[in-house]
Structures are given as structure tokens and as C-alpha cells.
Design a protein around this ligand. Structure first.
Ligand code: THU
Length: 130
């Protein structure tokens, strides 16, 4: 994980729209093109309509014409590890392979690195439909 990725996530986390949970999350995905795409969680007064930081980072990547994720960073506060939720694990899977590293960070430091395969074993993906 490079420092640029970490700093970008910090900036994204600061921009979160999280007036309901007050839980800010920033995420950065690195495309196969080497570019970094950031996102934050965007909550909604109609609670289920909110979206996760990973989701908005992926949307930014797709809008830039990239379709392969090679690395992910998720940043959140609190004591527990802020790992991608179940839905976001599957969203990442759409664009990444099992060996893609996912860095779990607090705003201060890298706490743990896992692979997508560890978070979402035996996953269903685009290859199943090929
Ligand atoms: N959240 C994320 O954005 N990403 C995660 O990996 C975990 C949870 C958001 C969703 C919601 O806005 C807030 O955190 C509390 O669940």
C-alpha cells in the first residue's frame, strides 16, 4: 500500500455524508491502469438508499473507463476492523480476483491486509456467466 492511497482515503473519509450513523468511511481502489479512485459513504434520510464508500469508489473507476481493480483500501474509525460489508465484497469481486489485497486502515495506520479471497471465499463472479 502506498502513501498516496492512504492519504487519498483520508481525504475521502473527511468528505463522507454520514449524518445518521456518524460513521465516516473512505475507500480507494487502484485500477490496473495504476490510477487511484476514491469514494466515501453517502447516507440518505431514507436509510436503505445510502451507499458505502467502496461503492462510490468503484463507480468513479467505472466512469473513468477502467474495469480491473488490483488493490483496495478501506478506512474507518472505531475499535473494530472496518472491512467491506458483504455487498461490497461482491461489488469488488466484479472487478478483482481472489488475490487482490484489501488494506484495512484506521485514519492513523494500516491495521491489516487481507485478500479478497479471504473475505469472500468460493465466490460467484463474472466468469460463472462466461
Ligand atoms: N460503510 C461503508 O461505507 N463501508 C464499509 O466497509 C462498512 C460500512 C458505511 C455504510 C454506512 O454509511 C456506515 O458505514 C455505517 O454502517
Amino acid at each position: 500500500m502506498d502513501k498516496a492511497m492512504f492519504e487519498l482515503a483520508r481525504g475521502a473519509m473527511a468528505k463522507a455524508h454520514a449524518p445518521y450513523s456518524r460513521f465516516r468511511v473512505g475507500a480507494v481502489v487502484k485500477g490496473a491502469n495504476g490510477r487511484l479512485y476514491a469514494g466515501c459513504n453517502v447516507e440518505n434520510a431514507a436509510y436503505p438508499e445510502g451507499c458505502c464508500a467502496e461503492t462510490s469508489a468503484i463507480a468513479a473507476m467505472v466512469m473513468d473507463g477502467e474495469s480491473k481493480i488490483v488493490e483496495v483500501l478501506v478506512m474507518g474509525g472505531g475499535e473494530g476492523l472496518v472491512t467491506p460489508c458483504g455487498g461490497c465484497r461482491q461489488r469488488i469481486r466484479e472487478f478483482a480476483t481472489d488475490d487482490a489485497p484489501i488494506h484495512i486502515c484506521s485514519p492513523d495506520e494500516l491495521r491489516r491486509t487481507v485478500t479478497l479471497g479471504e473475505l469472500l471465499p468460493l465466490s460467484f463472479g463474472p466468469e460463472n456467466l462466461a
